[in-house]
Write a protein that binds this ligand. Structure first.
Ligand SMILES: Cc1cc2nc3c(=O)[nH]c(=O)nc-3n(C[C@H](O)[C@H](O)[C@H](O)COP(=O)(O)OP(=O)(O)OC[C@H]3O[C@@H](n4cnc5c(N)ncnc54)[C@H](O)[C@@H]3O)c2cc1C
Length: 473
């Protein structure tokens, strides 16, 4: 018999399960359909497992460097099986947590593949959802008043670079490697490529990054991508920019060999493995969009600012709508969508208030406009930049690379962008996020007292530097 719901969420990733919890708190009778595991990409194949591996790489690197802190150890060795075990236990703990939250919120979870069928009598615009159950039982039919499509995304490859899971991997396969390769070619120097380059180099793998564009991390402020280029090179990572990979040249023979056109020359690269990190495509296939008026452009579902599709009772959020493909964006969008369908009046999300983080060593975190984007938009800008090497806590930590850069509007003093590279900046960017939401000027950021000694003093100094008033530089 068909079950009726106020909301059925298609996909139990970060966006979907957070939206379901908010819906249940708002009193909506809610169900989630999930074909794999609750928690989705972020928990099982993204944010959490990659950060657990990065943490092991950090401990390994720091142990090797212990001598400079006066701690003498034997040369550390790596037990990669144990690294993987620890990663999996972090994931499993959080997975249980999400399952518990579903029970607590009285959210029904259907384990299977969901598809939107035609309109139902109960809700002509939302449509019935059929669930092909993983356990082989008869399809479940769900009749919702609202649907939230949160089916996420999957890794892309380049035509010719077929993923075999052994020699040629995406991050999905790389996360489950049994042992570390001796060397690796990473195709794509974006966020995922650089996190992996940093992690594998810290584990002692010989890494080559091939990036098509003139800069790695091309969406970051140019000062940041230049600094990261320098930092990756100092780790021993070979970074080749302006490199057009020639997929047809791929050869596999106890390792891989691939050619790339680099500044007019064809160069050959050899390694034990290849990681392809060239972006992610939305999961829109086979979910019944053809039974609706939902529009898909460039592969992504189109919505308005409250995440309604062309069918007003079908909303879509997260990676499946493109934009900033980040877990905290997916969950924030999910909350806005659910509040909107429950007749609340949520604030639309402002992309310039969204922090983005890269968990490499050193870390990168940013928010708002880059210097070049601010200039392109016609702002007359002033810039304050302050290096970590002048911050006491950075010296105490022994991590002095990087800086904080703040961009403001000369005319109004409005904060336009904050960009950081250095130790623990992913934990520090939230100060900039709050400042942006509260419309704080750099002067107000500097007025808020930064305790000493902390790394966050670099934010206060950079804010003062916007008007040339920094103290320690
Ligand atoms: C290696 C890597 C590292 C990352 N690191 C970070 C990070 O540090 N910070 C960050 O913010 N973001 C990070 N991301 C991005 C982040 O994982 C995504 O932005 C986030 O998971 C998007 O959430 P979502 O809910 O839209 O989709 P997903 O998390 O992809 O969830 C979608 C869910 O829908 C399910 N599904 C799909 N189709 C159906 C169907 N028809 N029926 C039932 N279920 C279905 C899928 O099985 C999946 O569980 C990373 C991504 C990767 C790949």
């Amino acid at each position: 018999m068909a079950q009726e719901y106020d909301l059925v969420v298609l996909g139990g990733g970060t966006g979907g399960y957070v939206a379901a919890i908010r819906a249940s708190k708002l009193g909506l009778k809610t169900a989630i359909v999930e074909k794999r595991e609750l928690g989705g990409t972020c928990l099982h194949r993204g944010c959490i497992p990659s950060k657990a591996l990065l943490r092991s790489a950090e401990v390994f690197r720091q142990t090797k460097e212990a001598d400079r802190f006066g701690v003498t150890t034997e040369a550390p060795t790596l037990n990669f099986a144990k690294v993987q075990e620890r990663k999996q236990s972090v994931v499993d703990t959080l997975h249980k947590g999400v399952q518990g939250l579903m029970k607590k919120g009285k959210i029904d979870v259907y384990e299977g593949f969901g598809r939107i069928l035609g309109p139902s009598i109960f809700s002509p615009t939302a449509g019935t959802i059929s669930v092909e159950m993983n356990n082989g039982e008869e399809n479940e039919m769900l009749i919702p008043k609202n649907v939230l499509v949160a089916t996420g995304s999957s890794p892309k490859s380049l035509p010719g670079l077929e993923i075999d899971g052994e020699y040629v991997m995406t991050s999905d396969e790389a996360l489950f490697m049994d042992e570390l390769p001796e060397s690796i070619v990473i195709v794509g120097g974006g966020v995922i490529g650089i996190e992996w380059a940093s992690m594998l180099a810290d584990f002692g793998v010989k890494v080559t990054v091939l990036e098509y564009l003139p800069h790695i991390l091309p969406t970051e402020d140019q000062d940041i991508s230049r600094e990261m280029m320098k930092q990756m090179k100092s780790k021993g990572v070979e970074v080749v920019t302006n490199a057009k990979v020639l997929p047809d040249s791929l050869e596999k023979n106890n390792g891989i060999s691939i050619k790339a056109e680099v500044e007019g020359e064809t160069v050959s690269y050899q390694a034990s493995r290849m990681l392809v990190s060239v972006g992610r495509s939305a999961n829109v296939t086979n979910i019944g969009l053809e039974n609706t008026d939902i529009q898909v452009e460039n592969g992504f579902i189109q919505t308005n600012k409250f995440y309604q599709t062309k069918e007003s009772h079908i909303y879509a959020i997260g990676d499946v709508i493109g934009g900033m493909q980040l877990a905290h964006v997916a969950s924030h969008e999910g909350i806005i969508a659910v509040e909107h369908m429950a007749d609340g009046s949520p604030h639309p999300m402002d992309p310039e208030q969204v922090p983005t983080c890269i968990y490499s060593n050193p870390e990168v975190a940013s928010l708002g406009l880059t210097e070049s984007a601010a200039k392109e938009k016609g702002f007359d800008i002033k810039v304050g930049k302050f290096p970590f090497k002048a911050i006491g806590k950075a010296l105490v930590y022994g991590e002095t690379e990087g800086f904080v850069k703040i961009i403001a509007d000369k005319k109004t003093d409005d904060l336009l962008g904050v960009h950081m590279v250095g130790p623990h900046v992913t934990d520090m960017i939230s100060e900039a996020g709050l400042a942006k939401v509260l419309d704080a000027t750099p002067w107000e950021i500097a007025e808020s007292i930064h305790p000493h000694p902390t790394l966050a003093e670099a934010i206060g100094e950079a804010a003062m530097a916007v008007d040339g008033n920094q103290i320690h530089g």
